[in-house]
Design a protein around this ligand. Structure first.
Ligand SMILES: Nc1ncnc2c1ncn2[C@@H]1O[C@H](COP(=O)(O)OP(=O)(O)OP(=O)(O)O)[C@@H](O)[C@H]1O
Ligand SMILES: [Mg+2]
Length: 293
Protein backbone atom coordinates (compact mmCIF):
# COMPACT_ATOMS: atom_id res chain seq x y z
CA UNK A 1 0.00 0.00 0.00
CA UNK A 2 1.31 3.42 -0.96
CA UNK A 3 0.04 6.24 1.23
CA UNK A 4 0.64 9.80 0.14
CA UNK A 5 -0.48 12.42 2.59
CA UNK A 6 -0.34 16.17 1.99
CA UNK A 7 2.77 15.79 -0.11
CA UNK A 8 4.31 19.01 -1.39
CA UNK A 9 7.73 19.32 -2.96
CA UNK A 10 9.81 22.13 -4.36
CA UNK A 11 13.12 21.42 -6.14
CA UNK A 12 16.06 23.23 -4.58
CA UNK A 13 16.53 26.59 -6.22
CA UNK A 14 13.03 26.65 -7.65
CA UNK A 15 10.36 29.11 -6.53
CA UNK A 16 7.41 26.98 -7.66
CA UNK A 17 6.16 23.79 -6.06
CA UNK A 18 6.40 20.83 -8.44
CA UNK A 19 4.01 18.92 -6.16
CA UNK A 20 1.29 20.59 -4.21
CA UNK A 21 -0.65 18.88 -1.42
CA UNK A 22 -1.05 15.47 -3.01
CA UNK A 23 -3.28 13.00 -1.19
CA UNK A 24 -3.80 9.53 -2.57
CA UNK A 25 -3.68 5.88 -1.58
CA UNK A 26 -2.61 3.21 -4.02
CA UNK A 27 -3.70 -0.23 -2.91
CA UNK A 28 -2.00 -3.57 -3.56
CA UNK A 29 -3.04 -4.98 -6.93
CA UNK A 30 -4.06 -1.59 -8.25
CA UNK A 31 -3.36 -0.57 -11.85
CA UNK A 32 -3.22 3.22 -11.83
CA UNK A 33 -2.69 5.44 -14.84
CA UNK A 34 -1.45 9.00 -14.33
CA UNK A 35 -2.14 11.57 -16.99
CA UNK A 36 -1.63 15.31 -17.26
CA UNK A 37 0.10 17.99 -19.31
CA UNK A 38 3.85 18.52 -19.54
CA UNK A 39 5.20 20.04 -16.32
CA UNK A 40 2.21 18.83 -14.28
CA UNK A 41 4.52 17.03 -11.83
CA UNK A 42 3.96 13.44 -12.97
CA UNK A 43 7.64 12.49 -13.05
CA UNK A 44 8.24 14.35 -9.79
CA UNK A 45 5.48 12.33 -8.14
CA UNK A 46 7.11 9.16 -9.46
CA UNK A 47 10.42 10.33 -7.95
CA UNK A 48 8.60 10.71 -4.64
CA UNK A 49 7.38 7.12 -4.86
CA UNK A 50 10.81 5.68 -5.65
CA UNK A 51 12.61 7.94 -3.18
CA UNK A 52 14.66 9.94 -5.72
CA UNK A 53 12.77 12.87 -4.25
CA UNK A 54 14.25 13.97 -1.91
CA UNK A 55 17.25 11.58 -1.78
CA UNK A 56 18.59 12.28 -5.25
CA UNK A 57 16.77 15.54 -6.03
CA UNK A 58 16.97 17.69 -2.89
CA UNK A 59 14.39 20.33 -2.05
CA UNK A 60 11.63 21.28 0.36
CA UNK A 61 9.56 18.21 1.15
CA UNK A 62 6.35 18.41 3.19
CA UNK A 63 3.87 15.71 4.10
CA UNK A 64 4.47 11.97 4.11
CA UNK A 65 4.86 9.14 1.66
CA UNK A 66 4.97 5.54 2.86
CA UNK A 67 5.32 2.30 0.92
CA UNK A 68 4.06 -0.72 2.82
CA UNK A 69 4.77 1.24 5.97
CA UNK A 70 8.26 2.25 4.83
CA UNK A 71 8.73 6.01 5.17
CA UNK A 72 10.59 7.18 2.06
CA UNK A 73 12.26 10.00 3.98
CA UNK A 74 13.98 7.69 6.46
CA UNK A 75 14.37 4.63 4.22
CA UNK A 76 17.33 4.42 1.81
CA UNK A 77 16.71 4.35 -1.93
CA UNK A 78 17.91 0.75 -2.09
CA UNK A 79 15.32 -0.43 0.44
CA UNK A 80 12.67 1.42 -1.59
CA UNK A 81 13.96 -0.12 -4.85
CA UNK A 82 13.21 -3.58 -3.45
CA UNK A 83 9.57 -2.58 -3.17
CA UNK A 84 9.25 -0.36 -6.24
CA UNK A 85 10.78 -1.16 -9.63
CA UNK A 86 11.07 1.96 -11.78
CA UNK A 87 11.23 2.47 -15.53
CA UNK A 88 12.30 6.07 -16.05
CA UNK A 89 11.24 8.57 -18.67
CA UNK A 90 14.89 9.05 -19.66
CA UNK A 91 15.61 5.53 -20.80
CA UNK A 92 19.31 6.08 -21.58
CA UNK A 93 20.00 7.18 -18.01
CA UNK A 94 18.47 3.90 -16.84
CA UNK A 95 20.80 1.54 -18.66
CA UNK A 96 23.84 0.26 -16.78
CA UNK A 97 25.13 -2.59 -18.96
CA UNK A 98 26.34 -2.64 -22.54
CA UNK A 99 24.61 -5.87 -23.64
CA UNK A 100 20.87 -6.59 -23.33
CA UNK A 101 21.07 -9.81 -21.29
CA UNK A 102 23.60 -8.24 -18.92
CA UNK A 103 21.20 -5.38 -18.24
CA UNK A 104 18.63 -7.90 -16.99
CA UNK A 105 21.17 -10.12 -15.20
CA UNK A 106 22.66 -7.14 -13.38
CA UNK A 107 19.44 -6.47 -11.50
CA UNK A 108 18.76 -10.13 -10.78
CA UNK A 109 22.24 -10.63 -9.32
CA UNK A 110 22.13 -7.35 -7.45
CA UNK A 111 18.85 -8.35 -5.81
CA UNK A 112 20.32 -11.69 -4.73
CA UNK A 113 17.90 -13.80 -6.80
CA UNK A 114 18.90 -17.49 -6.31
CA UNK A 115 21.24 -18.77 -9.09
CA UNK A 116 18.89 -21.56 -10.18
CA UNK A 117 16.10 -19.04 -10.83
CA UNK A 118 18.15 -16.52 -12.78
CA UNK A 119 18.21 -18.21 -16.21
CA UNK A 120 14.46 -18.84 -16.19
CA UNK A 121 13.62 -15.29 -15.13
CA UNK A 122 15.92 -13.89 -17.81
CA UNK A 123 14.28 -15.94 -20.57
CA UNK A 124 10.76 -15.21 -19.33
CA UNK A 125 11.35 -11.48 -19.17
CA UNK A 126 12.91 -11.40 -22.65
CA UNK A 127 10.02 -13.36 -24.16
CA UNK A 128 7.29 -11.45 -22.40
CA UNK A 129 8.73 -8.11 -23.52
CA UNK A 130 9.05 -9.47 -27.07
CA UNK A 131 12.83 -9.02 -27.25
CA UNK A 132 14.14 -12.61 -27.14
CA UNK A 133 15.95 -11.93 -30.42
CA UNK A 134 17.81 -8.97 -28.92
CA UNK A 135 19.39 -10.94 -26.06
CA UNK A 136 23.00 -10.60 -27.17
CA UNK A 137 22.73 -7.22 -28.90
CA UNK A 138 24.58 -4.19 -27.59
CA UNK A 139 22.29 -1.62 -26.04
CA UNK A 140 24.01 1.10 -28.05
CA UNK A 141 22.72 -0.48 -31.27
CA UNK A 142 19.05 -0.48 -30.20
CA UNK A 143 16.28 1.94 -31.11
CA UNK A 144 14.55 3.99 -28.41
CA UNK A 145 11.57 1.65 -28.44
CA UNK A 146 13.77 -1.43 -28.10
CA UNK A 147 15.55 0.15 -25.14
CA UNK A 148 12.19 0.79 -23.50
CA UNK A 149 11.40 -2.89 -23.81
CA UNK A 150 14.78 -3.83 -22.31
CA UNK A 151 14.20 -1.51 -19.35
CA UNK A 152 10.74 -2.99 -18.81
CA UNK A 153 12.11 -6.55 -19.04
CA UNK A 154 14.89 -5.73 -16.55
CA UNK A 155 12.43 -4.39 -14.00
CA UNK A 156 9.74 -7.03 -14.43
CA UNK A 157 12.35 -9.80 -14.09
CA UNK A 158 12.85 -8.62 -10.51
CA UNK A 159 9.12 -9.10 -9.80
CA UNK A 160 8.84 -6.25 -7.34
CA UNK A 161 5.49 -5.72 -5.58
CA UNK A 162 5.09 -2.35 -7.29
CA UNK A 163 6.16 -1.34 -10.79
CA UNK A 164 6.30 2.34 -11.67
CA UNK A 165 6.68 3.33 -15.32
CA UNK A 166 7.14 6.85 -16.62
CA UNK A 167 5.88 7.04 -20.21
CA UNK A 168 7.05 3.53 -21.11
CA UNK A 169 5.57 3.69 -24.61
CA UNK A 170 6.86 7.14 -25.54
CA UNK A 171 9.06 5.75 -28.32
CA UNK A 172 6.89 2.80 -29.28
CA UNK A 173 4.55 2.29 -32.21
CA UNK A 174 0.86 1.56 -31.47
CA UNK A 175 1.21 -2.23 -31.72
CA UNK A 176 4.25 -2.38 -29.39
CA UNK A 177 2.53 0.00 -26.97
CA UNK A 178 -0.49 -2.29 -26.91
CA UNK A 179 1.77 -5.30 -26.30
CA UNK A 180 3.53 -3.59 -23.39
CA UNK A 181 0.20 -2.74 -21.74
CA UNK A 182 -1.04 -6.29 -22.33
CA UNK A 183 2.09 -7.50 -20.53
CA UNK A 184 1.58 -5.04 -17.66
CA UNK A 185 -2.01 -6.21 -17.32
CA UNK A 186 -0.86 -9.80 -17.15
CA UNK A 187 1.63 -8.94 -14.38
CA UNK A 188 -1.18 -7.17 -12.58
CA UNK A 189 -3.77 -9.95 -13.07
CA UNK A 190 -1.55 -12.97 -12.59
CA UNK A 191 0.90 -11.84 -9.93
CA UNK A 192 -1.10 -9.05 -8.32
CA UNK A 193 1.76 -6.61 -8.97
CA UNK A 194 0.69 -3.02 -8.38
CA UNK A 195 1.25 -1.03 -11.55
CA UNK A 196 1.56 2.75 -11.70
CA UNK A 197 2.00 4.09 -15.20
CA UNK A 198 2.43 7.65 -16.40
CA UNK A 199 1.13 7.73 -19.96
CA UNK A 200 0.00 10.29 -22.53
CA UNK A 201 -2.02 7.84 -24.63
CA UNK A 202 -5.38 8.04 -22.96
CA UNK A 203 -6.95 5.34 -25.13
CA UNK A 204 -4.40 2.84 -23.83
CA UNK A 205 -5.09 3.88 -20.25
CA UNK A 206 -8.85 3.62 -20.74
CA UNK A 207 -8.44 0.15 -22.15
CA UNK A 208 -6.12 -1.29 -19.54
CA UNK A 209 -5.96 0.52 -16.19
CA UNK A 210 -8.32 0.19 -13.24
CA UNK A 211 -7.95 3.73 -11.95
CA UNK A 212 -6.96 7.07 -13.42
CA UNK A 213 -5.40 10.14 -11.85
CA UNK A 214 -5.15 13.55 -13.49
CA UNK A 215 -2.38 15.93 -12.48
CA UNK A 216 -2.15 19.61 -13.35
CA UNK A 217 0.19 22.29 -11.98
CA UNK A 218 1.57 20.02 -9.28
CA UNK A 219 -1.84 19.02 -7.95
CA UNK A 220 -3.74 15.78 -8.28
CA UNK A 221 -7.08 17.09 -9.45
CA UNK A 222 -9.01 13.91 -10.27
CA UNK A 223 -8.63 10.35 -9.09
CA UNK A 224 -10.98 7.42 -9.38
CA UNK A 225 -12.03 4.48 -11.50
CA UNK A 226 -11.90 4.98 -15.27
CA UNK A 227 -15.62 5.63 -15.93
CA UNK A 228 -15.75 8.19 -13.13
CA UNK A 229 -12.68 10.12 -14.22
CA UNK A 230 -13.68 10.02 -17.89
CA UNK A 231 -17.01 11.51 -16.83
CA UNK A 232 -15.13 14.76 -16.11
CA UNK A 233 -14.53 15.47 -19.79
CA UNK A 234 -14.42 19.24 -19.30
CA UNK A 235 -11.84 19.06 -16.49
CA UNK A 236 -9.70 16.70 -18.56
CA UNK A 237 -9.87 19.01 -21.56
CA UNK A 238 -9.14 22.10 -19.49
CA UNK A 239 -5.98 20.34 -18.28
CA UNK A 240 -4.96 19.77 -21.89
CA UNK A 241 -5.76 16.06 -22.07
CA UNK A 242 -6.73 14.83 -25.51
CA UNK A 243 -9.91 12.99 -24.61
CA UNK A 244 -11.14 10.22 -26.93
CA UNK A 245 -13.41 11.48 -29.73
CA UNK A 246 -16.23 9.28 -28.55
CA UNK A 247 -16.02 10.94 -25.10
CA UNK A 248 -16.02 14.35 -26.75
CA UNK A 249 -19.14 13.41 -28.69
CA UNK A 250 -20.81 12.09 -25.52
CA UNK A 251 -19.97 15.30 -23.73
CA UNK A 252 -21.52 17.41 -26.53
CA UNK A 253 -24.67 15.29 -26.63
CA UNK A 254 -24.93 15.51 -22.84
CA UNK A 255 -24.56 19.31 -22.97
CA UNK A 256 -27.54 19.42 -25.32
CA UNK A 257 -29.49 17.05 -23.07
CA UNK A 258 -29.60 14.42 -25.79
CA UNK A 259 -27.80 11.97 -23.58
CA UNK A 260 -27.82 11.48 -19.84
CA UNK A 261 -25.77 8.35 -19.22
CA UNK A 262 -22.09 7.87 -18.35
CA UNK A 263 -19.71 9.33 -20.89
CA UNK A 264 -18.32 6.61 -23.17
CA UNK A 265 -14.58 6.16 -23.66
CA UNK A 266 -14.47 3.07 -25.85
CA UNK A 267 -16.01 2.56 -29.29
CA UNK A 268 -18.30 -0.17 -27.93
CA UNK A 269 -19.63 2.21 -25.28
CA UNK A 270 -20.03 4.89 -27.96
CA UNK A 271 -22.17 2.54 -29.98
CA UNK A 272 -24.42 1.85 -27.00
CA UNK A 273 -24.73 5.59 -26.43
CA UNK A 274 -25.63 6.29 -30.07
CA UNK A 275 -28.29 3.57 -30.07
CA UNK A 276 -29.79 5.18 -27.00
CA UNK A 277 -29.65 8.70 -28.47
CA UNK A 278 -31.08 7.71 -31.85
CA UNK A 279 -33.92 5.71 -30.35
CA UNK A 280 -35.12 8.72 -28.36
CA UNK A 281 -38.27 10.36 -29.68
CA UNK A 282 -37.73 14.09 -30.07
CA UNK A 283 -40.04 16.77 -31.51
CA UNK A 284 -38.96 17.35 -35.11
CA UNK A 285 -38.12 21.05 -34.70
CA UNK A 286 -35.87 20.85 -31.66
CA UNK A 287 -32.80 19.96 -33.57
CA UNK A 288 -31.35 16.52 -33.99
CA UNK A 289 -28.43 14.72 -32.42
CA UNK A 290 -26.61 15.16 -35.74
CA UNK A 291 -26.36 18.84 -34.91
CA UNK A 292 -24.08 17.91 -32.03
CA UNK A 293 -21.66 16.15 -34.34
N1 LIG B 1 15.42 18.24 -11.62
C1 LIG B 1 14.63 19.31 -11.58
N2 LIG B 1 15.03 20.48 -11.01
C2 LIG B 1 14.23 21.56 -10.95
N3 LIG B 1 12.97 21.60 -11.43
C3 LIG B 1 12.51 20.47 -12.01
C4 LIG B 1 13.30 19.28 -12.11
N4 LIG B 1 12.55 18.32 -12.72
C5 LIG B 1 11.38 18.90 -12.99
N5 LIG B 1 11.34 20.18 -12.55
C6 LIG B 1 10.18 21.11 -12.64
O1 LIG B 1 9.12 20.56 -11.88
C7 LIG B 1 7.86 20.73 -12.56
C8 LIG B 1 7.22 19.37 -12.79
O2 LIG B 1 8.03 18.65 -13.73
P1 LIG B 1 7.81 17.12 -14.05
O3 LIG B 1 9.01 16.70 -14.84
O4 LIG B 1 7.54 16.39 -12.80
O5 LIG B 1 6.52 17.17 -14.95
P2 LIG B 1 5.87 16.04 -15.89
O6 LIG B 1 4.41 16.05 -15.61
O7 LIG B 1 6.59 14.76 -15.70
O8 LIG B 1 6.11 16.62 -17.36
P3 LIG B 1 6.39 15.82 -18.75
O9 LIG B 1 5.05 15.36 -19.24
O10 LIG B 1 6.98 16.86 -19.63
O11 LIG B 1 7.33 14.69 -18.47
C9 LIG B 1 8.19 21.49 -13.84
O12 LIG B 1 7.95 22.86 -13.59
C10 LIG B 1 9.66 21.22 -14.06
O13 LIG B 1 10.26 22.30 -14.72
MG1 LIG C 1 7.68 13.54 -16.91
Amino acid sequence: MIRIKDLSFRYRGSSEYALSRINVEIRPGDFLGIIGPSGAGKSTLSYGINGLVPHHFPGDFYGALTINGLDTITAGTEAIARQVGSVFQDIDAQMVASVVEDEILFGLENFGVPREEIAERLENALHAAGIADLKTRTIRSLSGGQKQKVAIAAITALRPGIILLDEPTGELDPQSSWNIFTYLKELNDRYGITIIVIEQKILLLCEFVKRLALMDKGALILEGDVPTVMGYADTLKAAGVNIPRVTELGSKLAARAWYQGKLPYTLAQGEVMMRQVLSRKQPAREGSPHAAL
